[in-house]
Design a protein. Sequence first.
Length: 137
Amino acid sequence: MILSIPSITVLVIVGTILLVFAYSLFTLPSSRKKPVGTPRATGNPGESGVCPVCKTILKNKEQLKTALFPGETDRLCHIFGCPTCHPYPEDPSIRKCPVCKKIVPEGSYLIARLFERPGNKRHVHILGCSECRFKKR
């Protein structure tokens, strides 16, 4: 069976339209709204197992994203947040500094001191966020 030129042209156009549709279906972001999950439980920022940035109670095996710098008795520490609030928080207003009570911007972090105590116990003292800690007085 030999196809004529106009029928080949129609098949090529239909094939191109189907390819564009399939490409846009699987690669472009969805315009559908994502279901909103149940809000996570919050606690007091000073308690163990609570994120000091967003006050979310950490689940098992969840950890804070931190940067720890060398030192002997006390070490400088940058606290970026937990998986809920770092790197992309669902609600940016939940990231608050426990010292100045202002919203911590997305690229910012908390500055703290980490003290090693006997028996492998650690104590963290938060000094402020990178915005309020280095503000000129």
